[in-house]
Write a protein that binds this ligand. Structure first.
Ligand code: ARG
Length: 465
């Protein structure tokens, strides 16, 4: 038998493991970040063991005290990882043994690293997802505050990146706030699904000492218990779901980034990023680059990569625990870090960016009111299909004459349809166009204020929307 540290699973192994295999197998260098979840899970498990008389109360106290010491060492950054510490569970148990002696060997009774790791991950993600939710709500708050302040700023609304209809700048900002609000709801639902207990399922077949799982759930703040031991140890849907919703939130951030990159170009000049979120060029002194936005756009690809990578590892695994599942952690950690950082940077960019309302307004053009011209006739009783055609003829007439649509005379319009009257000149107001869209969800001031109020209510009281 090879000399060296004892392995958790070493009993029947006589040959030495290839050192490369040891390194390949190890997850301690990344799963150590679950140290707190691992210690807390073990403390609760010690209590449950004592409750069932599997260990004495004195042994329970020894274990809990030892586990707090282990946790303190991690917190103080003095925990020493030793050769043979394959993962966080192995490392903590080894260290616990050094602190409390042989009683440490009783802690794992009825438990497997399979239900342990699933528990650790759920505890870790529950906490991390709550922090991410707070960042997401902060971003929504920043966006809504800006929308409220700049409600009178007008901007072209685009489809196909072609000028379409005038809108409020706030309306555009709020379109992102709503996307993130859905993201927040998804995250809240995920937290509920994460918040169920796998511990007490053993390696796969359940617990041989009838551990009180209700008690364990209560101790660890889980709202429910996973009702099938095979499912408990093999389910990583919560990771897949987290990776998907991280990808989706990053997609929303990336699309905003793309809008702002375009708007910050000299050709548009609608917005200018604060220095804090821009960088210069090492060669061209005049350049101010929107690096923050480009990174946000780029990082959305990275998170999507984590999701697709994990799904590939996950899809072919037979039931129940297989080591492939160890590939769940790095994507989860990386997505959480990237999303968390991206949300905070996006809040920073949005709250500090300058806008140029006069440039936005100057980009509006009378042809963007061609729909309003058609609507004018609709209000006079002409069927919309017809009005669309007539308005198109007016656009063409203006084009042929090399003038802007609003420069056509009332007589010109009258020559196109008898329903045109002198009051047609009144439609050449972007404000009127915007404020005509009064239905819920439109650009009129009351409709935009209504959105702001709804989002503020949701942020303040978690009001259902
Ligand atoms: N480090 C392992 C993981 O992350 C812990 C579970 C190991 N279980 C086992 N049967 N080898 O998945």
């Amino acid at each position: 038998m090879s000399e060296g540290p004892k392995k958790l699973w070493g009993g029947r192994f006589t040959g030495a493991v290839d050192p490369l295999m040891d390194a390949f197998n190890a997850s301690i260098h990344f799963d150590k970040r679950m140290y707190a979840a691992d210690c807390i899970g073990s403390m609760a498990y010690s209590k449950a063991l004592a409750k069932n008389g599997i260990i004495t109360e004195q042994e329970r106290d020894q274990l809990i005290e030892g586990l707090s010491k282990v946790m303190e060492e991690w917190q103080a950054n003095v925990f020493e990882i030793k050769p043979g510490d394959e993962d966080i569970h192995t490392a903590n148990e080894r260290r616990l043994g050094e602190i409390v002696g042989s009683v440490a060997g009783k802690l794992h009774t009825g438990r497997s690293r399979n239900d342990q790791v699933a528990t650790d991950m759920r505890l870790w993600l529950r906490e991390e997802a709550s922090k991410i939710l707070a960042h997401l709500k902060e971003l929504i708050a920043v966006t809504v505050a800006r929308a409220e302040k700049e409600i009178d700023v007008l901007i072209p609304g685009y489809t196909h990146l072609q000028r379409a209809q005038p809108i409020r700048w706030s309306h555009l900002l709020l379109s992102y706030a709503w996307l993130w609000q859905s993201d927040a709801q998804r995250l809240e639902q995920l937290i509920d699904r994460v918040n169920v207990l796998p511990l007490g399922s053993g390696a796969l077949a359940g617990h041989a000492f009838n551990i009180d799982r209700e008690f364990l759930a209560q101790e660890l703040g889980f709202k429910g218990i996973i009702n099938n031991s095979l499912y408990a140890v093999s389910d990583r849907d919560f990771v897949a779901e987290f990776l998907f919703l991280s990808s989706l939130t990053m997609t929303h951030i990336s699309r905003l980034a793309e809008d702002l990159i375009i708007y910050s170009s000299s050709e548009f000049g609608f917005v200018k990023l604060a220095d804090a979120y821009s960088t210069g060029s090492s060669l061209m002194p005049q350049k101010k680059n929107p690096d923050s936005l480009e990174l946000l756009r780029g990082k959305s690809g990275r998170v999507f990569g984590s999701m697709s990578g994990f799904m590939m590892s996950y899809k072919g695994i037979p039931s129940t625990y297989n080591k492939d599942l160890q590939e769940d952690k790095e994507p989860m950690f990386d997505a959480a870090d990237t999303l968390s950082g991206s949300l905070q940077i996006t809040s920073g960019v949005l709250s500090t960016m300058n806008i140029f309302p006069e440039k936005m307004r100057a980009a509006l053009s009378a042809d963007m009111l061609a729909t309003d011209l058609a609507e004018y006739l609709v209000r006079k009783g002409v069927p919309f299909r017809e009005t669309h055609h007539i308005s198109g003829a007016a656009v063409k007439m203006a084009e042929d004459r090399g003038v802007s649509l609003h420069e056509l005379k009332p007589e010109d319009f009258k020559s196109l349809h008898a329903s045109f009257e002198d009051d047609v000149s009144k439609i050449w107001s972007y404000e009127t166009s915007i404020d005509n869209r009064t239905a819920i969800g439109g650009t009129s001031k009351p409709a935009v204020l209504d959105q702001i109020q709804k989002l503020q209510g949701w942020l303040a009281e978690g009001k259902r929307l």
